[in-house]
Design a protein around this ligand. Structure first.
Ligand SMILES: [Zn+2]
Length: 73
């Protein structure tokens, strides 16, 4: 697959930023965020994205790469 859009968690801890990220092959940020929401991400209208852990969803993501489109045959 060719990942094109990566969402980064915007949570800032006291000493560091969260390293959470979600790699997608979405064509648009909107599409990437829709995929992220289904995986427990919290998407804020102000443009910040928060990973499942920071959103309190207690989802331990096992896959951080989301493929929305099949690979071209
Ligand atoms: Zn986070």
């Amino acid at each position: 697959m060719s990942a094109s859009i990566t969402l980064h968690c915007d949570t800032l801890w006291r000493y560091a930023a969260c390293a959470g990220q979600l790699i997608t092959d979405a064509a648009t940020v909107t599409e990437a965020r829709e995929a992220a929401k289904k995986r427990g991400w919290r998407i804020h209208p102000d443009g910040n994205d928060y990973c499942p852990n920071c959103s309190g969803n207690r989802i331990q993501p096992t896959v951080n790469v989301v493929q929305l489109r099949p690979d071209p045959a």
